[in-house]
Design a protein around this ligand. Structure first.
Ligand code: AMP
Length: 423
C-alpha cells in the first residue's frame, strides 16, 4: 500500500520551492535594511507557554494545537505561532540587558490543527518579525512601512488594514459595551458568536457569517472608546504612514484572534486568494513579555503566511527559471573528461551547469537541452577537441560560435565567448 503525506501536511516540490526562496531572500534583504537579525527557535515548546501567551480561550489553544506527552510525562506542543517562542527566548537569554531594543525575525514551520482547505494547512510556514523594547508610534509605522515596501518589491498588490485595539485602560469599557450590544442581537448571531460573546466578545466583529456581519453593522466602534494616549498613538501612526504615502484603510472590525494584542493591529489582505486572503497579521502586544514572566518590555510584531504569498506569486505566473545557463554535451569519453572539468570551472564562476554525456549521441543530448530550456549548449565533439575547439550554441537565436577548449586558459576566456554568443 502506498503511504501518502498526512492530511494538511504537504510537500513543496522544486518548482514551488524556488518561489519560496525568492520570497525568503527578499524578506531577508528588507529586514536587514531595517536592522533585524534572525533568531532560530525550536519547533517544540512546553504547552504551558502557548496556553499563557496565546490565551486559554482562543481557538488555537482550545482546539488546534498538536500537543503530546513526552516520555517524562511533560506536555509538549508543536508551535502554532512564533511570537511566544521568540519572547520565551528573549526572557531566557536576558536580551533586554544586552540591547535596549531587540529586532528579531524568524522563518519556519508552524502547526495548527485547522480544517485544511486551499491556502490553509496544518503545517504552514511563517516569516515573522518582532521589535521588543519600543512602544512609540514611530516603530509601529516603521514596521508597516517595511511590510509595505516588501510587498511592493515582490510586486504584489495588497491592502493594509489597521485598527487600534486600545489598551488595558480603555479596552475593558469597549468590551463591555460590545458584549451588551451582542446580547441585544443574540437571535441573529451564530452559535460560535454566542460563546465568543462570553469568552472574547471582540471576536464577534470578525465573524465571517453573513448573519453576524449584518447583525453587527452598527456595533460600537473601538475608536470612539480609545483613551487619550491610545488615540494619540494611533493618530501618529496614521500620520507617519501618510507621510510616506503608504495606502491603508482603518478597519474598525479588525480585532485579531489572539488575546495579547493592544493598540496598533493590522492585517494585510491580498486580492485573488478567495476566502483565505490574509497574507500577514500582526500588532502590538505590550503586556506579553511581562505576562510570560519577563521584564515590562513592550513589543510589536507580525507574521506573514508563506504558502499564501507563494500562491499569489504563482497566480501571477511568476514561475522562476531553474533552467541551466550552460548545458554541456560531450561526445565520447575523452570529451566527457574535459567536460567534467569545464563544468566545474563554470560552476565556480556561478553558472548553472548541466552536464550530460553518458555516452549519448548529439541528437539525444540536444533534445534534453531543449527540454531543460538551457540558455546555451556547449558541444564538445571528439574530433574538434583534438584541435582544441568546441562550439557554443545560443539556444534562443540558434547561432553557433567556436570556443577554444584549453583548460590551461583562465575560465574567463571561456565565459567571454559564452557571453558574446548571447549578444
Ligand atoms: P496568525 O499567526 O494567525 O496571525 O497568521 C498570520 C498569517 O499566517 C496569516 O495571515 C496567514 O497568511 C498565515 N496562516 C495562518 N494560519 C494558516 C494556515 N493554517 N495555513 C496557511 N497559512 C496560515
Amino acid at each position: 500500500m502506498k503511504i501518502s503525506a498526512v492530511r494538511g501536511f504537504r510537500d513543496i516540490l522544486p518548482e514551488e520551492s524556488a518561489l519560496w526562496r525568492v520570497l525568503e531572500s527578499q524578506a531577508r534583504t528588507s529586514f536587514a535594511t531595517y536592522g533585524f537579525a534572525e533568531i532560530i527557535v525550536p519547533v517544540v515548546e512546553k504547552t504551558e507557554l502557548f496556553a499563557r501567551a496565546i490565551g486559554e480561550t482562543t481557538d488555537i489553544v482550545e482546539k488546534e494545537m498538536y500537543t503530546f506527552t513526552d516520555r517524562d510525562e511533560s506536555s509538549l506542543t508543536l508551535r502554532p505561532e512564533g511570537t511566544a517562542s521568540v519572547i520565551r527566548a528573549y526572557i531566557e537569554h536576558n536580551l533586554n540587558h544586552k540591547e535596549p531594543v531587540s529586532k528579531l525575525f524568524y522563518i519556519g514551520p508552524m502547526f495548527r490543527r485547522e480544517r485544511p482547505q486551499k491556502g490553509r494547512y496544518r503545517q504552514f510556514h511563517q516569516i515573522g518579525a518582532e521589535i521588543l523594547g519600543r512602544d512609540d508610534a514611530l516603530i509601529d509605522a516603521e514596521l508597516l512601512l517595511m511590510l509595505n515596501d516588501l510587498f511592493k518589491s515582490l510586486q504584489l498588490e495588497v491592502s493594509i488594514d489597521v485598527n487600534s485595539l486600545g489598551d488595558a485602560v480603555c479596552r475593558p469599557r469597549f468590551r463591555e459595551r460590545l458584549k451588551a450590544f451582542g446580547e441585544s442581537k443574540l437571535a441573529q448571531l451564530c452559535e460560535n458568536c454566542h460563546s465568543r460573546l462570553h469568552r472574547n466578545p471582540l471576536r464577534i466583529l470578525d465573524c465571517k457569517e453573513p448573519g453576524c456581519r449584518q447583525a453587527t453593522v452598527d456595533a460600537p466602534v473601538i475608536r470612539d472608546f480609545l483613551c487619550d494616549p491610545c488615540r494619540e498613538h494611533f493618530t501618529k501612526v496614521e500620520t507617519y504612514l501618510r507621510q510616506e504615502n503608504v495606502a491603508f484603510t482603518v478597519n474598525p472590525r479588525l480585532v485579531r484572534g489572539l488575546d495579547y494584542y493592544c493598540r496598533t493591529s493590522f492585517e494585510i489582505l491580498a486580492h485573488g486568494l478567495g476566502s483565505q486572503n490574509a497574507v500577514c497579521g500582526g500588532g502590538r502586544y505590550d503586556g506579553l513579555v511581562e505576562q510570560l514572566g519577563g521584564p515590562a518590555v513592550p513589543g510589536i510584531g507580525f507574521a506573514i503566511g508563506v504558502e499564501r504569498l507563494v500562491m499569489l506569486l504563482q497566480a501571477q505566473e511568476r514561475h522562476l527559471s531553474t533552467a541551466p545557463d550552460v548545458f554541456i554535451a560531450p561526445l565520447g569519453e575523452v570529451a566527457e573528461g574535459r567536460a567534467f572539468s569545464l563544468a566545474r570551472r563554470l560552476r565556480q564562476e556561478g553558472y548553472r551547469v548541466e552536464l550530460e554525456g553518458g555516452g549519448r549521441g548529439l541528437k539525444a543530448q540536444m533534445r534534453r537541452a531543449d527540454k531543460l530550456n538551457a540558455r546555451h549548449v556547449l558541444i564538445l565533439g571528439e574530433n574538434e577537441l583534438t584541435a582544441g575547439k568546441g562550439t557554443v550554441r545560443d539556444m534562443q537565436t540558434k547561432t553557433d560560435r567556436p570556443l577554444a577548449v584549453d583548460l590551461t586558459l583562465p575560465a574567463q576566456a571561456m565565459i567571454d565567448v559564452i557571453r558574446e554568443t548571447s549578444h
